[in-house]
Design a binder for this molecule. Sequence first.
Ligand code: HEC
Ligand code: HEC
Ligand code: HEC
Ligand code: HEC
Ligand code: HEC
Ligand code: HEC
Ligand code: HEC
Ligand code: HEC
Length: 425
Amino acid sequence: MTHRVGITAVLAVFVVVAFAGLVSAQEESCITCHRGLSPGQVQDWETSKHSRARVTCSVCHGDAHMSAQDVDMVSFPDEALCGECHEEQFEQFGRGKHNFGWTSMNALPVTHLEPDVLIEGGRGCGGCHNMGIKTAEQKQAQLDKGYRYQTNSCDECHTRHAFSEKEAKSPHACQQCHMGFDHPQWEMWESSKHGERWHAKVTGYLPEGAVAPTCQTCHMPDGDHENRTAWGFLGVRLPMPENEQWASDRATILKALGVLHPETGEPTELVGAVQAVDMARLTEEAWQTERDKMLKTCSGCHSETYARQQLEMGDQILKDADRLMAQAIDIVAELYADGIIEKPEGYPYNYPMLLFFNRTGGGDMDSLSYIDQVLLEMYLKHRMRTFQAFFHVNPDYAYWYGWAQMTKDLGEIQELAKTMRATHG
Ligand code: HEC
Ligand code: HEC
Ligand code: HEC
Ligand code: HEC
Ligand code: HEC
Ligand code: HEC
Ligand code: HEC
Ligand code: HEC
């Protein structure tokens, strides 16, 4: 395996080695003192290639802090610092989808209604969305709220201080974030035949040479740090489909996402925000590029014809799921239009809004009606599972946790609307 380390890395290591005598006394003091404070941390760093290459504590944390009295002087490395030695990965990451994690989270109005600990503190949205090189303003906003950690995205997969390549190659490296409510890729993959094979392989039930695709096989081919998929999270794209019914259903969803005006059908100013964080592929070419890359990966282990059909079934289920979704949106939209649901505070239009993410009670969003909550869950949880499960080859998620739940949601929305109309006024 070749290790691609930038020329600066070689120089930096050279400089460190050349001045080894000078540096080591100071380095020794970081290590000696910290071995007493938190021995596990030093031990972990000693397992890393960094320790062997003399990428020492002060390379990443500076040398302004040298005692218990000046801890405030310490600095935390951002991605650019890693990039000084790992230019290739830094640039790939910078062009990639993960680089939008922090910004896309902050683009949602609901984020700013949540407690800071869930955002800047990293115990909620911010724990998974700490992905992306922060701008100077974003860093300052964090500091202003009293949070100085979460300065680096690279350690989300190569955890500190081992900074291991091998660890990042394990599908477990993705598990913390790609799981749960609206994106259970971990659960879907793990219980698919692909995941089962991987488990069989690592536990010795299959020989080492057996093939088993991991998240990285399909999403980081050739070690490329630019993770991006054709459909993305929202499962919408441009141009509109040729099928008239599907085009009309997708337009309804885009209205409920706030990117098309509910009355005129014209793009709203939110389109800019969606574009800025690359939330959806907006041209045929952009979508096809990602699809072609994926097809090439599948074709390493399956016939191309087989793989193409599997992927196209994923596209098709989106069409069917969008039919259910649009019917549900229309029912709720009529309740808005007839004044049976009052427009919640902060909603841009008198129309359901899927990008507010559901909240039951609390804060400014108390007024969100129950039927709105069912609609949000239908989109965010059940539509996501339906199509994501097709792509991750998981029959149970596709049907019982996905499609079956969507049909149940639609039934519930129909019933609720009936009752609301009957009891209104
Ligand atoms: C004489 C002891 C001593 C020396 C020498 C020392 N440190 Fe520390 N360092 C500390 C103490 C004490 C803390 C605070 C620990 C705590 O909060 O539990 C600390 C904290 C830190 C932190 C974490 C700060 C935070 O806010 O969590 C980093 C990073 C750090 N030191 C790096 C270094 C580096 C790099 C060097 C060498 C250039 C170094 N230290 C030298 C004692 C020392
Ligand atoms: C390759 C860069 C790198 C090196 C080398 C490095 N660190 Fe760190 N360190 C980091 C990163 C990244 C963080 C996380 C910063 C954040 O959360 O904002 C961190 C965080 C820390 C923290 C605070 C968080 C915690 O988990 O306690 C301490 C203390 C610390 N490092 C000590 C050390 C010591 C001691 C050494 C040397 C043995 C060292 N570091 C070497 C990159 C490095
Ligand atoms: C001063 C240069 C320098 C800096 C800064 C630096 N690295 Fe490294 N890194 C290296 C060198 C040298 C190696 C070892 C290459 C080798 O042995 O093939 C390495 C190896 C690695 C590896 C591969 C480890 C393995 O198991 O093969 C990872 C991952 C890594 N670094 C991540 C980071 C991250 C993340 C940061 C920032 C927090 C960082 N590095 C900062 C120089 C640096
Ligand atoms: C468990 C980790 C986790 C938590 C907690 C989390 N997210 Fe996410 N979020 C993700 C992942 C992973 C994706 C990408 C999913 C995909 O593409 O299937 C994502 C996608 C998104 C997207 C869409 C980005 C795009 O460009 O498609 C937005 C916006 C978002 N999250 C906002 C939030 C907000 C706001 C919160 C808190 C209310 C939150 N997230 C909580 C992990 C998380
Ligand atoms: C066999 C290949 C394969 C494996 C293994 C795989 N994925 Fe995927 N993944 C796909 C395909 C195909 C898509 C849909 C691409 C498209 O939109 O056309 C996808 C889509 C995604 C998306 C975008 C939203 C969605 O679910 O459609 C995320 C995020 C994702 N995968 C993460 C993961 C994670 C994390 C793992 C490991 C737990 C994983 N994937 C394992 C093939 C794979
Ligand atoms: C989403 C998880 C993830 C993130 C985030 C991530 N990496 Fe990686 N990284 C990987 C994986 C997986 C590999 C192994 C790729 C392969 O060769 O298959 C890897 C490999 C590496 C290597 C070793 C490359 C080699 O050929 O020796 C370096 C260095 C590295 N990453 C640096 C970084 C830096 C710097 C960042 C932040 C800008 C970063 N990584 C962010 C997953 C990640
Ligand atoms: C610290 C949390 C975290 C980890 C770890 C993580 N991701 Fe992600 N991932 C996210 C978030 C957040 C997003 C959405 C980024 C955005 O808002 O644009 C995302 C987006 C993605 C996407 C793009 C989906 C799309 O919209 O096209 C893929 C693919 C992906 N991740 C794969 C992986 C793989 C593979 C790994 C492990 C090697 C991994 N991720 C590790 C948080 C994480
Ligand atoms: C690294 C090799 C590898 C890659 C890459 C890969 N697969 Fe697989 N796939 C397998 C193996 C092995 C099986 C188990 C075969 C079996 O069930 O007999 C499998 C099973 C499947 C199955 C289930 C078959 C069944 O009988 O239940 C589907 C569907 C599938 N793969 C689709 C895909 C798609 C789509 C892609 C690309 C997104 C892909 N695979 C990428 C190796 C791979």
